[in-house]
Unconditional design. Structure first.
Length: 557
């Protein structure tokens, strides 16, 4: 080989080396100068990461310590597309292990503009562990908690729902969210190129959520729900509601509705079924409202239980003629008989003796047209017209429970006041927060103990010999009142002739009340409260008395 050829090759090699060096130098200048800042940020995010440490959400217990809502272990599976070598392999493997759809996650795994994507949020920990054993580059795991309702449908409308981020979205989960949620912690960690933690720079400890004990008894609740399901089925009704209160404390032992649903399927359930009808829905109460004008007339000293009136079968009030629910001749009836026989004419007669101003005052005194203050979100105040908006016929409508809209919790609270010797106690669902004292009771006197005793005696006659005989329980004296009310037509054009709300509300034992129970049945095929709602009251009360071991007050001889 000639010297010229050798020199030529040396020069060519030198040129190639010079060009390579120049390219490397230019690349270095570009990276260190123009791209230095964004690359520095990228490197920091790949090495340094802020990790959120979720806080445990508090458990909701019933009054006996049975969990109604709790957190269970789950594993969230995520991926870093910038570290994934084979996106198709990761998608298919995740599908087999977790049961997710490979085609739906594959596009996100190939998008390298993001360094974090979820593969499966709050996955089953066993399935997630199966995937973790595959050691797929770019796939990560961290523990989380998912909300579970171990009693299924029991108290579903009361408990509500906590969402994917463990934030309360409805019911008591929403109302108690600040107490239950806690505060998440944070860690700033350094990871190696394989995603392994090599150092923890700083750490903020999480604060766990507080447990809460409710006044609900899950057995009383479950029984009430079962009775309502049977009642709705038997009478072809649209819906039904039941409340069980302790009149001495205002504690809600059961707050049930039918139709119901599994609380674990809350997000898939119709909003119409989700709502807590006992607090949010209103209805015209019918004859159960007759308690109010009778209580007012007794308290004002206008009448006594034995005061009697000659009552025709109908009465004219302004432009309206109001009849009894069953035809009868003109007859003399005492106040006690007016209550026992649920006389419309008698209740209106008492209201006229009381007068519009005083009747409006007693309606307000019993809490109608205002919220009870129960610790549940979305409570309705109902509708009670102010006195200045009364028409000439209002004094005839209100005493028989028309022209006013009440909630089940309002009506149950009114009867609880009578059962509690005239003292109304604000109803509540929260017994106490773990580590805290019970909240003080909110009390106010509605009627005197003497008037409350008179009312209780008259309400006992309703069950012994009046319209509520289907509510009777052997061995116990039962006080209560039936109600039947036609539903208003849409747009305020009068009342339906085919759609009714049947109800019964009462307390037992009548001499030493332990339970106030209300049942409403919406649009049953048979309209009468004494036929539809009173038997449901009977079933609920009989179970509760036996379960709570309440001694009889009228032993069977």
């Amino acid at each position: 080989m000639s010297a010229r050829v050798v020199n030529r090759r040396i020069r060519l090699l030198f040129v190639v080396l010079a060009l390579s060096f120049a390219g490397t130098l230019a690349r270095a200048v570009w990276l260190q100068g123009v791209r230095a800042e964004p690359l520095s940020r990228l490197a920091a995010t790949q090495q340094r990461q802020v990790v959120t440490i979720p806080a445990r959400r508090g458990t909701l217990f019933d009054r006996n310590g049975v969990p109604l809502a709790l957190g269970e272990q789950a594993t969230t599976v995520y991926a870093d597309p910038t570290q994934i070598r084979n996106a198709r392999l990761v998608a298919v493997t995740a599908e087999r292990a977790l049961g997710i759809d490979a085609e739906s996650v594959y596009p996100s795994l190939t998008d390298r503009s993001h360094s974090f994507v979820y593969l499966d949020r709050k996955a089953d920990p066993v399935r997630a562990a199966r995937l973790e054993r595959r050691n797929l580059p770019g796939v990560g795991f961290y523990p989380e908690e998912r909300r579970r309702y171990p009693q299924g449908p029991v108290a579903a409308q009361v408990l509500g729902f906590a969402g994917q981020d463990n934030t309360g979205l409805a019911g008591l989960e929403l109302a108690l969210d600040p107490t239950l949620r806690g505060r998440p912690g944070r860690e700033t960690v350094i990871r190696d190129p394989f995603g392994r933690v090599v150092d923890v720079l700083d750490e903020t400890e999480e604060r766990q959520g507080h447990d809460v004990s409710l006044t609900i008894d899950h057995r009383i609740q479950a029984n009430a729900e079962e009775v309502l399901r049977k009642t709705v089925r038997q009478w072809g009704a649209k819906a039904a509601t039941a409340l069980v209160l302790d009149p001495r404390s205002g504690e809600v032992l059961a707050m049930a509705a039918a139709p119901g649903f599994d609380a674990n399927q809350y997000a898939k359930t119709s909003p119409d079924v989700q709502r807590n009808r006992a607090v949010s829905d209103t209805y015209e109460p019918g004859s159960t409202f007759k308690l109010i004008p009778v209580a007012g007339a007794l308290s004002e000293g206008i009448v006594s239980p034995s005061t009697s009136f000659v009552l025709p079968p109908s009465i004219r009030v302004a432009d309206r003629v109001i009849h009894e629910h069953d035809p009868r001749p003109t007859m003399r009836m005492s106040v006690a008989e007016i209550v026992a026989q649920s006389s419309n004419v008698g209740a209106i007669t008492l209201a006229e003796r009381l007068g519009s101003k005083r009747l409006a005052s007693w309606i307000d005194r019993f809490g109608f047209g205002q919220r009870t203050g129960i610790d549940f979100p979305g409570e309705s105040a109902g509708i009670a017209l102010p006195l200045e908006r009364w028409s000439g016929s209002t004094i005839g409508n209100l005493p028989i429970g028309h022209g006013i809209a009440v909630t089940p919790i309002q009506m149950a609270s009114a009867y609880a006041a009578v059962a509690n010797a005239g003292m109304m106690i604000r109803p509540h669902l929260v017994a106490h927060v773990a580590g805290g004292a019970r909240a003080p009771l909110h009390r106010r006197r509605v009627v005197s103990p003497h008037v409350a005793s008179q009312l209780a005696t008259m309400l006992t006659d309703v069950v012994d010999e009046g319209t509520g005989i289907e509510a009777a329980i052997p061995g116990y004296r039962v006080a209560g009142k039936t109600g039947t009310a036609a539903k208003p037509l849409a747009g305020g054009g009068g009342y339906s002739t085919s759609r009714y709300v049947a109800s019964f509300v009462g307390f037992v034992p009548a001499t030493r009340p332990r339970l106030v129970i209300l049942v409403t049945v919406d649009e049953p095929s048979t309209i009468w409260g004494g036929v539809v709602a009173a038997p449901a009251f009977h079933e609920i009360a009989r179970f509760d008395l036996q379960y709570l071991e309440v001694p009889p007050d009228a032993p069977v001889k």
